[in-house]
Design a protein around this ligand. Structure first.
Ligand SMILES: [Zn+2]
Length: 645
């Protein structure tokens, strides 16, 4: 009895990587079978199997030479349950029967004579747990039990006079895996000539054979025999050259020519076999763990595209460069929110070190950091890299120059450097978070973000309140012509953190007790505020041109909903309000007069303001405004006077 070596599926790691990528970004929930290629080798001479190799090339029809490939379909199920359902004996039988019927049809229609690849097809069923890197698959290459009772006789001495090298180069040149060798004329003919051959002894049928066992033909030979026996129903034998790069063999196959009446009927389809075993692999250790983190982060976000927000522009997060001024509780929490969105480029600026009170509230520092007096910015950046080694996190220990924080002559050179450094950092980033702990520290960053047209978001917390404000973009003269309406206001019209103030920022830490200097706040304020600040940016970035994103409370503004100007939260009544406030033309931070002064005098203007914050009021004309307010003489009706006596 002749035996045929069945296929064993060999799946390379890059195959699964390609499945991951394609499933995530292309197929998503689409479960329809996808065309793929298995690769065959004819050069393996020691082994026990016919290998059906799945590689990264399996999804690219041009990458595998045609003669070395076998085409098939992959059915990738979305759930473990549907995969299991497909794995029942009944379901597998049905799949095998369907695939066999297709092959049998190409035999009875003689289509295989023009296209012998139709004889070898495979079907793969898979389930991939993308989160846990677990892969399940099973492959079926149908081999037909037809004709019955096949015997073989190995022709050890020669290949019917053929030169195996000539045959092999013919295969490579023509990409054909089945062709004829005429024994009389020693010539090679296309397999389509087989139809007109009368004597099976005149020809040998050459079949490219991936078998690795010397005297055993591989699985593809089986269906060639079925096709030959069907084509010439009077034959009871034929000659085959099992072609391999070395060790090709000639085999005479014989069968009993007693095709039953049932086998002659139109509806007849031979029985077949071909299911490989189930492969169940856990590739967590195989994948580069650093890459895995990125894949997993991307996975969480890419899954949004499957159903919730199919058109979300995730690349706007991954390409974003964010500068976080202040690496305290807010800065740390904002950074954590951003890396979860896939932001990988984050720079911290802070001038202080981690204190013992910090780690419980700051999500990026620990006891040891406080014990070793480590810088907050450096600690936060290192923690981000520990969390995700792909993060490009940087730290700068830098004091943000502040109005009212007077400096003497000796510190001026340093101030010049600091201002330049800060401006450089603002320029190099797309977004600036103002997560600083004092009002005056936000002043220079606001001036710089306005000058360089950066998205600037101020986050500030009180005891049981927080406010998140996105500053108007660029100068007021950028304003669009149309007038602002209540529900929506152009980005360039929006107020900054300082717009509502009629006094310039001064030194808020002078003459204050400890509880007044530090932000004494309920524990949940910072995470809550930071999350709101992260989500606000996430939504702005989905606007077609984020720098034109209007303030809007309409949930249809972007794929992620509204893009408010301000988010104000009151924890004592769990209430959030979304005011939209128009920019103040005489603002001490984003006003045009300030921009002009900074443009003209640079760091020296900053120096002036540090030593004399009232300079801001002079420049903007606020001093005159205040005087005019004071000059208004308000007369109170005595009966209405409720002044406490
Ligand atoms: Zn302003």
């Amino acid at each position: 009895m002749a035996t045929f070596l069945p296929f064993t599926t060999r799946i390379e790691l890059p195959f699964w990587k390609a499945v991951n990528e394609t499933k995530l970004h292309e197929w998503k929930l689409d479960e329809s079978p996808k065309p793929i290629l298995g690769q065959l080798s004819y050069s393996e001479i020691t082994g026990k199997e016919c290998s059906l190799l799945m590689t990264y090339k399996s999804f690219n029809t041009n990458e595998i030479p045609k003669q070395e490939s076998i085409s098939g379909f992959m059915h990738l199920y979305n759930t473990a349950e549907s995969f299991k359902a497909a794995m029942t004996a009944e379901s597998k039988k049905k799949i095998l029967e369907d695939e066999t019927a297709k092959i049998w049809h190409s035999i009875t229609s003689h289509a295989w004579l023009k296209n012998p690849e139709l004889l070898s097809k495979f079907f793969m069923i898979t389930f991939v747990d993308l989160k846990k890197f677990k892969y399940f698959s099973i492959t079926c290459v149908p081999g037909l039990y037809f004709p019955s009772e096949i015997q073989q006789e190995i022709n050890k001495d020669d290949l019917y006079g053929a030169d195996p090298k000539t045959l092999f180069s013919h295969m490579a040149e023509t990409s054909s895996t089945v062709f004829l060798y005429c024994r009389k004329s020693a010539t090679i003919l296309d397999v389509s000539h087989l139809e007109s051959v009368n004597n099976p002894d005149d020809f040998a049928i050459v079949v490219a054979d991936p078998s690795t066992v010397s005297y055993t033909a591989g699985w593809p030979v089986r269906n060639v025999l079925a096709a030959v026996a069907q084509l010439h129903s009077s034959w009871n034998h034929c000659h085959v050259i099992s072609l391999r790069s070395t060790g090709s063999i000639g085999i005479k196959f014989m069968w009993t020519n007693n095709i039953s009446s049932q086998e002659k009927s139109l509806n007849f389809v031979p029985k077949s076999a071909g299911w490989d075993k189930i492969y169940n692999v856990d590739l967590r250790k195989e994948f580069d763990p650093v890459l895995q983190v990125d894949n997993a982060v991307n996975l969480n976000n890419a899954l949004m595209k499957w159903r919730q927000v199919p058109d979300i522009r995730l690349e706007r997060y991954s390409k974003l460069k964010v500068l976080i001024l202040g690496a305290g509780t807010i800065g740390c929490n904002v950074a954590r929110g951003l890396i979860a969105w896939g932001v990988s480029h984050i720079t911290f600026v802070d001038n202080s070190t981690v204190s013992y009170s910090n780690p419980v509230r700051q999500s990026l520092s620990e006891f040891e950091d406080a014990k070793n007096d480590r810088g907050k910015a450096e600690t936060a950046a290192k923690a981000l890299i520990r969390i995700n080694p792909n993060t490009k996190a940087e730290a700068h220990m830098l004091t943000v120059p502040m109005p009212g924080h007077t400096i003497d002559k000796s510190a001026e050179a340093q101030l010049e450097k600091d201002v330049q450094k800060l401006e450089q950092l603002v320029m190099e980033h797309d977004v600036v978070y103002l997560a600083l702990d004092s009002r005056e520290a936000r002043w220079l960053p606001t001036v710089l973000a306005t000058k360089h047209r950066k998205i600037a978001i101020s986050v500030a917390i009180g005891f049981d309140t927080f406010v998140v404000i996105r500053h108007g973009i660029g100068s007021r003269s950028d304003s669009l012509s149309h007038e602002a309406i209540a529900e929506s206001m152009p980005y360039s019209h929006l107020s900054c953190y300082f717009c509502s103030d009629v006094t310039a920022p001064g030194n808020s830490t002078a003459d204050r007790t400890l509880d007044q200097q530090c932000t004494v706040t309920r524990a949940g304020m910072s995470p809550h505020a930071s999350a709101a600040a992260t989500e606000l940016l996430a939504a702005i970035l989905q606007y077609p041109d984020p720098l034109m994103c209007p303030a809007s409370v309409d949930e249809n503004t972007t794929m992620l909903g509204a893009t408010p100007h301000q988010i104000r939260y009151f924890a004592n009544r769990y209430q959030m309000i979304l005011p939209i406030v128009k920019r103040f033309e005489r603002c001490v931070a984003c006003g045009d007069a300030i921009a002009k002064q900074y443009q003209q005098h640079g760091w020296k203007f900053v120096l002036d303001v540090m030593n004399s914050p009232s300079r801001l009021e002079q420049v903007t004309g606020l001093d005159a405004l205040q005087e005019s307010v004071n000059a208004i003489d308000i007369e109170f009706d005595e009966d209405e006077d409720t002044t406490d006596e």
